[in-house]
Design a protein around this ligand. Structure first.
Ligand code: NAD
Ligand code: UFG
Length: 343
């Protein structure tokens, strides 16, 4: 099976390429490199000892997508490509809807032209907005209380995929709702390489640990949680990568699908900011200076997944614990203090 991996040079995509290879699947990467460099792909090739075809291109470029589908025999698509910075999306809504929603529409149109109707889509727990309760089940309502255009773009794409599936049951669609991916491949060769000052917790902590940033700002300590700080379901990126392999295996076994399969991709465990800091300090042996500051706009108190559907339907569950996630994040950060840039 040959899989087109859009956004394959990015953080989750690059890790997924390795797991696809391990499962005996061929990948073709399509990425506009707007938030990645080819270096990540070269390192993946080094890890797997094999070349991966790469085409630099944008998901909104239909002509180039047609050329891609003409040149390669593609059985299915894992669609990671998209913009993902929550704060930036508030400043640049049109860019986010264009990139994420229009990019997905163009991709789906070309897939239909070439009768390639299997797709795994990278969605996010953000579609649940302020969840009714935790753990969050897939059947909970979505679309209400989403605080930013990034999250709404994911919600819109999910709705488009549901409509598409209704119109034609030969589409086989899996929507994975990622919780909070962190960690890195254990080689330390690939990992998360954010532009500028990180917005997310783990890259921020890692950069404090390596001396690039002075202290962590903890956004609020008055939430109704174990210690007042926000609780999230952190998942090792390699576990998450494996969920895609399982989703592809699932798709291959289906003749038709009446609706997209929607699956939470998390561990089912929630950890507070302070618990993550402690785990990172243990894993790295570094003290993380921190300061409690005001809550961040748009943040929710607690978010973690009910993972029973993933186990029952995909036969997938996360293996790695928070200690391993922190150890691997730290290993990547200390070996690559400037990400892919300095190599
Ligand atoms: P990333 O930015 O590292 O990877 C996305 C990749 O897509 C990048 O390599 C970028 O260059 C590429 N890209 C962006 N727009 C493109 C376009 N129009 N055409 C072609 N390539 C394009 O992000 P990631 O963390 O690997 O996330 C992958 C996917 O998972 C994204 O869709 C993201 O929204 C989603 N997701 C991520 C998280 C997270 O916390 N990392 C959580 C939930 C969902
Ligand atoms: N936090 C801090 N200080 C920081 C960064 C984060 O205290 O410098 C806190 C946040 O307030 C939150 C927790 O750490 O309580 C996690 O924050 P992240 O920014 O790492 O992650 P979020 O849960 O806010 O959002 C992430 C992705 C979204 C995705 C969502 C899915 O950024 O794209 O997970 O649940 F939609």
């Amino acid at each position: 099976m040959a899989v087109l991996v859009t956004g394959g040079a990015g953080y989750i995509g690059s890790h997924t390429l390795i797991e696809l290879h391990k499962a005996g699947l061929e990948s073709i990467v399509y990425d506009n490199l707007s938030n990645a460099s080819e270096e990540s792909l070269q390192r993946v090739e080094h890890i797997i000892g094999k070349e991966i075809p790469f085409v630099k291109g944008d998901t909104r470029d239909k002509e180039q997508l047609r050329e891609l589908f003409s040149n390669y025999s593609i059985d299915g698509v894992i669609h990671f490509a998209g913009l993902k910075a929550v704060g930036e999306s508030v400043q640049k809504p049109l860019e986010y809807y264009d990139n994420n929603v229009i990019g997905t529409l163009r991709l789906l149109e070309v897939m239909r032209e070439f009768d390639c109707k299997s797709i795994i889509f990278s969605s996010s727990a953000t579609v649940y907005g302020e969840p009714e309760m935790v753990p969050i089940k897939e059947e909970f309502s979505t679309g209400n209380g989403i605080t930013n255009p990034y999250g709404r773009s994911k919600y819109m794409i999910e709705e488009i995929l549901k409509d598409l599936s209704k119109s034609d049951s030969s589409w086989k669609i899996v929507i994975l709702r990622y919780f909070n991916p962190i960690g890195a491949h254990e080689s330390g060769l690939i990992g998360e390489d954010p532009n500028g000052i990180p917005n997310n917790l783990m890259p921020y902590i890692s950069q404090v640990a390596v001396g690039k940033l002075n202290e962590l700002q903890v956004f609020g300590d008055n939430y109704p949680t174990v210690d007042g700080t926000g609780v999230r379901d952190y998942i090792h990126v390699v576990d998450l990568a494996n969920a895609h392999v399982k989703a592809l295996e699932y798709i291959q076994k289906q003749d038709v699908m009446q609706e997209p399969l929607i699956v939470n991709a998390g561990t089912g465990m929630g950890y507070s900011v302070l618990e993550v800091v402690k785990a990172f300090e243990r894993a790295s042996g570094k003290k993380i200076p921190k300061k409690i500051v005001a809550r961040r706009a748009g943040d929710i108190a607690i978010c973690y997944a009910d993972v029973s559907r993933a186990q029952e339907i995909l036969g997938w569950s996360a293996e790695f614990d928070l200690e391993k996630m922190c150890a691997d994040s730290w290993n990547w950060q200390k070996k690559n203090p400037n990400g892919y840039e300095a190599s």
